[in-house]
Design a binder for this molecule. Structure first.
Ligand code: UT7
Length: 325
C-alpha cells in the first residue's frame, strides 16, 4: 500500500455576505440569539448564476495550483455535495468538463456534512491501491437553494461555499487512520423530503415546502456531540495516538456549542480547534473542506503536524481521519 497525503488545498466563497442583522429583517430572530446559540455572525450566499459546480471549480483550480499539478494529471474527481447542480448527471461530471480533466473518472458522494471526510477516505483508498496517482476531492454546496427562508429554526444556520483538496502519494506521513460510520435509523431528523423518488416534485410538495431542509435541531445537537467525540476517539485509537498528539482539530462547523462540547469530552484545548463558523455558518460538506484550507493557509497546520478531521451529518453519517501533514 502506498502512503497517501493531501498535496494541495483550495477554497471558494461567494462574494455576497448575509449578516445576522440582515436575517433580523427576514424572520423573527436576533443577532444575540444566533451568536450565542450557534456562534454564527454571517454566511455567504451564491449568486443566481453560481451553481454548485461553479463554486467547486474555483476551489478545485486553487487546490490544483497549490498541488502544482494540471487537470490532465487527475485520475479521479469526487465531489461531496447534497446540493448537486442537477439530480443527474453528477456535479463531479460538470467539474470534470469545466476543468478539462479529460483523464479523470468522476462521481459524487452524498454524505451530507460528513461528505468531505467520506470523499477523502474514498480517494485515499484509490491511491493507496495504485489505481490513481492524483485524486481531486471537493466539498461544495449551495445550501441557500434548499433553505426555507421563512423558517427561523434553520435559515440562520446555513451558507454556501466550496473547499477542495488534491490527494497524492507522499514519502512520509499522510493518512494515519480513517473511520466512517452511519446510523440510518435517524433519517427523519434531518432531511429534504421533496423532489426525490419518494415524494416526486408536484404542486403538493411545493405548497407544503417539502423541497426545503427539515431539521430537529435539539435532538441532533445531543447526537452530534456524542457521535463526533466517539468518531474522533475511534480514529485516534486506530492511529495509535492520543488527543495530546493532535496539533489541529478540523471539526464540522454546525454549532460552536457542539464543537466546544466535543473538545471538552476529548480533553482538547480550545486553541487546537480551527473555527470558521462565525463567518460562513454551516456549509455542510464544504465546512471541513474550507476549514482545512484556511488552517493550512494561516499556518495553523505545518509540516509534521497531526491533524484530526471530524464530521457528522444527515443520515446520520459520521467520519474522522487522522493525517500527518
Ligand atoms: O450539520 C449537521 C446538522 N445540524 C446540526 O447539527 C444542528 C444541531 N442543532 C443545533 O445547532 C441547535 O439545536 C439549534 C441552533 C438548531 C437550536 O438551538 P437550541 O439551543 O437547541 O434551541 P431550541 O431548538 O431548543 O430552541 C430554543 C428556542 C425555541 O423557542 P421556545 O420554544 O423555547 O419558545 C425556538 O423557537 O429558540 C427558538 N428559536 C429561535 N429564536 C430566535 C429557534 N430558532 C430561533 C431563531 N431566533 N433563529
Amino acid at each position: 500500500m502506498k502512503k497517501v497525503g493531501i498535496i494541495g488545498v483550495g477554497e471558494y466563497l461567494p462574494k455576497k455576505v448575509l449578516t445576522n442583522a440582515d436575517l433580523e429583517k427576514m424572520v423573527d430572530t436576533s443577532d444575540e440569539w444566533i451568536t450565542t446559540r450557534t456562534g454564527i455572525k454571517e454566511r455567504r450566499i451564491a449568486a443566481k448564476h453560481e451553481a454548485t459546480s461553479e463554486l467547486a471549480l474555483k476551489a478545485a483550480e486553487e487546490a490544483l495550483k497549490d498541488a502544482g499539478i494540471k487537470p490532465l494529471d487527475l485520475g479521479l474527481i469526487i465531489v461531496a455535495t447534497i446540493t448537486p447542480d442537477m439530480q443527474f448527471p453528477s456535479t463531479a461530471a460538470f467539474v470534470q468538463a469545466k476543468l478539462g480533466a479529460k483523464n479523470a473518472a468522476a462521481f459524487d458522494i452524498s454524505a451530507a456534512c460528513a461528505g468531505f471526510v467520506y470523499a477523502l477516505v474514498t480517494a485515499q483508498q484509490f491511491i493507496a491501491r495504485g489505481c490513481y496517482k492524483n485524486v481531486l476531492v471537493v466539498g461544495a454546496e449551495v445550501l441557500s437553494t434548499v433553505t426555507d427562508w421563512e423558517d427561523r429554526n434553520t435559515c440562520v444556520l446555513f451558507g454556501d461555499g466550496a473547499g477542495a483538496a488534491v490527494l497524492g502519494e507522499v514519502k512520509s506521513g499522510g493518512f494515519l487512520s480513517t473511520y466512517l460510520g452511519c446510523d440510518g435509523t435517524y433519517t427523519e431528523i434531518l432531511n429534504l423530503p421533496g423532489g426525490g423518488s419518494r415524494n416526486p416534485a408536484s404542486h403538493k410538495t411545493l405548497e407544503s415546502r417539502m423541497h426545503y431542509m427539515k431539521m430537529c435541531g435539539n435532538e441532533l445537537f445531543k447526537l452530534a456531540v456524542k457521535i463526533m467525540a466517539d468518531a474522533a476517539e475511534k480514529a485516534l485509537e486506530k492511529a495509535g495516538l492520543s488527543c495530546d498528539d493532535i496539533t489541529c482539530l478540523i471539526p464540522h462547523q454546525a454549532n460552536i456549542r457542539i464543537i466546544l462540547a466535543v473538545a471538552k469530552r476529548l480533553g482538547l484545548p480550545e486553541d487546537k480547534i480551527y473555527l470558521n463558523i462565525e463567518k460562513y455558518g454551516n456549509i455542510s460538506s464544504a465546512s471541513t473542506a474550507t476549514a482545512l484550507c484556511e488552517a493550512v493557509r494561516e499556518g495553523r497546520i505545518r509540516k509534521g503536524d497531526i491533524v484530526l478531521l471530524d464530521a457528522f451529518g444527515a443520515g446520520l453519517v459520521w467520519g474522522a481521519c487522522v493525517i500527518k501533514w
